[in-house]
Design a protein around this ligand. Structure first.
Ligand SMILES: CC(C)(COP(=O)(O)OP(=O)(O)OC[C@H]1O[C@@H](n2cnc3c(N)ncnc32)[C@H](O)[C@@H]1OP(=O)(O)O)[C@@H](O)C(=O)NCCC(=O)NCCS
Length: 321
């Protein structure tokens, strides 16, 4: 039994914040942000919108495109590190709002790697025939945790959600292999310190803190490793890959890996110019756009790979149905 991606969906908030907009509030410029990251603009939620609001819309679209009704769902996994509340999970809110009355629901916390982690878990449930129809959502609204006076972080992130509806099917298509890893010793390089049990009163602040240089070094290695390992694990070569969808954090990280493995530009999907780093949403949002643009056809071999806080990293390889 394989976990086949039967449908995809995504949602981003309507408000666009350009690099020029940011240059009015911090000492930065469109040129600096483009040169160092590739980002041109990002989407930002308004005060009244939480992660689940984006997640539900992305989920509905994925279910519609898959032709799976909410009542047919056995499990909902939401990858997020910006839940509406510490508990209940975003997945339970999504379950209720979809009316997926027969589904179990839980969140996975692996920051920007979350979608790849959640997809690997969903695939394992389906392959073991524990569940048949599984919804996986990656959703984050990290702009709510940005210090808009800190130019090191506020230029990087944006909000969004992406989803896939998976169905168990026999055959050669679907998730062929998954690879997930963690390096907890690097946990201090990218942190949202406040709000947890170490600091429930947020004395350390309510903003993301990052050592950009350390994260950059890790990210290059993690993306390289995730792509190489999954291709080897599944018994393919780089030439076999039709499309790589990497985590959309920084164009320099993606370009480093693309050149290292000699992949032509057309085989690597990039949309971070429009959205910045949308954390757990980044990979499924890019996947949904790639599908809608006709960049993936039946039989294609697609690699999804990511890295993030934790530190975490991982990948999935999919034969497209
Ligand atoms: C954050 C990042 C873009 C910074 O790029 P960088 O090339 O490492 O830049 P540096 O930190 O060396 O800073 C270079 C200079 O630009 C300045 N700078 C930093 N942010 C700036 C900004 N937004 N605008 C203008 N200047 C900025 C620095 O202060 C520094 O100035 P100095 O030379 O006078 O000290 C890069 O480190 C990065 O992308 N890291 C990974 C972050 C990431 O992906 N996080 C999420 C992972 S899931």
């Amino acid at each position: 039994m394989k976990a086949v991606i039967a449908g995809t969906g995504s949602e981003v908030p309507p408000k666009i914040v350009t690099n020029d907009d940011l240059s009015k509030i911090v000492d930065t410029s469109d040129e600096w942000i483009r040169d160092r990251t590739g980002i041109m603009e990002r989407r930002v939620t308004d005060e009244g919108t939480a992660t689940s609001d984006l997640a539900v819309i992305a989920a509905e679209r994925a279910l519609t495109s898959a032709g799976i009704s909410p009542m047919e769902l056995d499990l909902i996994i939401v990858a997020t590190c910006s839940p509406d509340t510490l508990f209940p999970s975003v997945a339970c809110i999504v379950q209720d709002r979809l009316g997926a009355k027969k589904a179990a629901a839980f969140d996975i916390s692996a920051a920007c790697s979350g979608f790849n982690f959640a997809l690997s878990a969903a695939a394992a449930y389906i392959e073991s025939e524990t569940f048949k129809n599984v919804l996986v959502v990656g959703a984050d609204t990290l702009t709510k945790y940005l210090d808009w006076t800190d130019r090191n972080t506020c230029v990087l992130f944006g909000d969004g959600a992406g989803a896939v509806a998976l169905r168990g099917e026999k055959g050669d298509c679907g998730v062929l292999a998954s690879y997930i890893r963690a390096k907890g010793e690097g946990r201090d390089f990218l942190v949202m310190p406040g709000g947890g049990t170490r600091d429930p009163e947020m004395k350390n602040g309510r903003f993301i803190r990052m050592d950009g240089k350390e994260v950059f070094k890790f990210a290059v290695h993690a993306l390289e490793d995730s792509v190489k390992e999954i291709i080897q694990k599944a018994g393919f070569t780089f030439e076999d890959i039709d499309l790589l969808i990497p985590h959309q954090a920084n164009l320099r990280i993606i370009e480093h890996v693309r050149k290292k493995f000699n992949l032509p530009e057309k085989k690597v999907y990039v949309n971070l110019m429009k959205y910045g780093n949308t954390s757990a949403a980044s990979v499924p949002l890019a996947l949904d756009e790639a599908v809608n643009e006709g960049r993936i056809k039946s039989g294609d071999l697609v690699v999804l790979a990511g890295f993030g806080a934790g530190l975490t990293y991982g990948s999935n390889i999919i034969r497209w149905r």
